[in-house]
Design a protein around this ligand. Structure first.
Ligand SMILES: *Cc1c(COP(=O)(O)O)cnc(C)c1O
Length: 378
């Protein structure tokens, strides 16, 4: 899988590392960069809580940058206000597949002498000024979770762009544990269950069931209860299992088709949303975006999500709070209410529409019909 992954980005397999999760890949990158106690890491305050957990496990502190309301990505104008002499790294995130405005970010980081890490968990194939997202920073990490650009069951990939970092990350990877055969078996069983159960009409219910089963310890969930409290779980620094790698290889072999499909579904949403009175996405002229999910602002988010579940329409809720998911105490991760007002507003308004391979054109039109009938533009 490393070979196929590296070839997509025009790099070499020695620079790609396969871990059990995206967050572990981030942890390895930060550790390789020497992030530790007393250091600060800046990241967007509109993300998955497993992003701040990685620097926290290393003893560092997280600082949260607000987002640009059009792109849902880190607003470069907020960086100066967050910088201190203790700042040691900057994480940017290409949210929903929308590429971060890399120009000002790279200039700012270079002036401060900071390494940039790209959170590519939503992005695979998007470009900024013709260059692939994931190739700008010192390193970039990817997630192979169920709902990401391509799946490895669960899993994470790290691509190291800075040659000076390759050996350091290699040592960290050597220290990571391999999954046991029992763990591998369980992952295989989950993949089979996922394939058998998940359709756009069932996705909402299956997600609820899966969360319940993982809370009970029956399924291997994406996060443990400890992690939601900012505590590093045992077996965190783990490698990817062989069955996950095989699945990733399969996904990568179809990636160009998947990207074309995402573009086609996105075009349906662009037109359909405008017709239904919603605001379609406005892409920056420098960006070529391959959407993972398509964000839409509505005035009745909670009600709409409930109704979609009932009617078998697949809608997403990322992000529910600045450090997703809902129900966790963000104070554990150093986020206090009011830190990122644009992010908080987006959390209360944004739902997202699927663009994956199981969504056909007619299902995308059904989603548009649902929004037109029940959604209230924000
Ligand atoms: C899913 C996700 C992650 C974490 O990925 P895991 O593989 O679950 O660790 C990190 N960042 C973003 C933006 C994500 O959506």
């Amino acid at each position: 899988m490393k070979k196929a992954f590296a070839s997509f980005f025009g790099t070499t397999p020695e620079r790609v590392f396969l871990f059990a999760k995206g967050r572990t890949a981030l942890y390895a990158a930060l550790k390789g960069l020497g992030i530790g106690p007393g250091h600060e890491v800046i990241m967007p305050g509109y993300t998955c809580v497993m992003v701040p957990s990685a620097p926290l496990y290393l003893g560092a502190t997280c600082k949260y940058a607000d987002i640009d309301p059009e792109t849902y990505n880190l607003n470069p104008a907020s960086l100066d206000g967050l910088y201190t002499p203790r700042t040691k790294a900057l994480i940017v995130q290409h949210t929903y597949g929308i590429s971060q405005d890399m120009g000002p970010v790279m200039v700012w980081a270079k002036a401060k002498g900071l390494p940039v890490i790209e959170d590519c968990c939503h992005v695979f194939g998007s470009k900024w000024k013709g260059r692939l997202c994931g190739t700008f920073g010192a390193a970039s990490f990817f997630s192979g979770q169920w709902n990401k650009p391509f799946s490895t069951g669960l899993g994470g990939m790290l691509m190291v762009n800075d040659p000076g970092l390759v050996e350091k990350v290699g040592k960290i990877y050597e220290g990571a544990v391999a999954p046991t055969s029992a763990e591998e078996l369980r992952l295989k069983a989950q993949m089979a269950a996922y394939d058998a159960l998940v359709r756009p009409s069932t996705a909402g219910w299956v997600t609820l069931l899966y969360r319940g089963l993982s809370r009970l310890g029956i399924a291997a969930g994406s996060s443990s209860n400890d992690e939601f409290k900012g505590k590093m779980p045992s077996g965190y620094l783990k490698r990817m299992a062989r069955c996950q790698e095989a699945r990733g290889r399969e996904g990568l072999s179809r990636i160009e088709g998947l990207i074309a499909h995402r573009k086609a579904i996105t075009a349906i949403y662009d037109t359909g949303l405008a017709e239904a009175g919603f605001k379609p996405l406005k892409s920056a002229p420098e960006a070529e975006n391959i959407m993972l999910r398509y964000p839409v602002r509505v005035a009745n988010k909670a009600e709409l999500l409930k109704l979609a579940l009932k009617k078998g329409v697949e809608l997403g809720s990322w992000f529910e709070i600045p450090l997703h998911p809902e129900g966790i105490d963000m104070e554990y991760f150093g986020y206090s209410k009011g830190m990122c007002p644009e992010s908080e507003k987006a959390c209360s308004q944004v739902i997202n529409l699927p663009a994956h391979s199981r969504i056909s054109a007619s299902q995308a039109l059904k989603v548009m019909g649902f929004l037109k009938r029940f959604g209230l533009p924000a």
